[in-house]
Write a new protein. Sequence first.
Length: 331
Amino acid sequence: QREIHLANRPEGLPSKEDFEFVELDMPSPEENQVLVRTLYLSVDPYMRGRMRDTKSYIAPFPLNKALIGGAVAEVVESRSELFKPGDVVTGYMKWAEYSVVKGEKIRKVDTSIAAVTAYLGILGMTGLTAYFGLLDIGKPQAGETVVVSGAAGAVGSAVGQIAKIKGTKVVGIAGSDEKIDFLINELGFDHAVNYKKDSFQDNLKAALPDGVDVYFDNVGGEVSDAVINLLNKNARIPLCGAISSYNKEEDIGPRIQPALIKTSSLIQGYTVGNYAAEFEKGSADMAKWLQEGKLKFEETIVEGFDNTPDAFIGLFEGANIGKMLVKVADP
Ligand code: NDP
């Protein structure tokens, strides 16, 4: 049984040396705990922030301790009356092959709605992030234009599809032609633009003849500068993420204040945890849309626990379409 520890606080793009695989004895559950076998691990950009020793909305990861993230696992041994061996559960768990978790911190997944992996993406944290940021802050109205950056990733691909359900025109921004093709031909986005092309600004403008009413921002930096210059009056900007700065020492904030002032736009940051009291409603809507075929989800699944650091690093290199996951073991 192995765990992955944070060995160093990364500088810039994390490297494999920042992670250490540690061999340990099999843990055993105490009263109200269960021993689980990890099936899938979620790797998420926000975890990069926790690798820094700074004050944030969530505590930094300690050095030389297991990293913790979203996971789906199978109960092997239970000392909780809520679970029995064989149950498939989700929650926050160690990056480990086996771990012990408190019964009240995990929940069973309903595999009749979707495959277990969906609970780490479209029916889990990233789906809810898309749902609440877009609907509560973005407030998209039928006929408006919604732009989403990081569009082919877990949050972005859900945002664009929810915006389509709400009757808006949707333009995605992503970093490869394969992703552009996926957004238009698989997810039904109206347009998608590759930000890595020299012609990005012109292409973006051409895709937005009616300007931008909602800009769902996952990336920040120059991509956001380009979109903010095209805002309509009273535009709304849910500020969800800023992945372009996560490996930099300084944040790259929105630098286009005049455009925000001129258009009386609203820009609001949030974390999905703000909406914890409404998770049940959000999850129910997402599950319903999924079952009705109105939402699709894509995953990039990296095989093998040994490749967890690579999967995490890959997020910052655009290696994923849809949710990036690691398959640790077969159910
Ligand atoms: P994604 O699945 O979108 O994966 C990350 C993607 O970001 C990559 O595939 C890559 O796609 C893109 N990317 C990487 N580096 C850059 C860069 N320098 N500039 C522009 N794009 C880049 O991850 P998630 O969907 O999990 O997360 C998306 C964003 O949402 C992140 O910023 C994350 O921190 C944030 N988030 C916020 C939450 C909240 O509560 N506020 C909760 C969950 C996520 P490409 O090929 O297009 O470059």
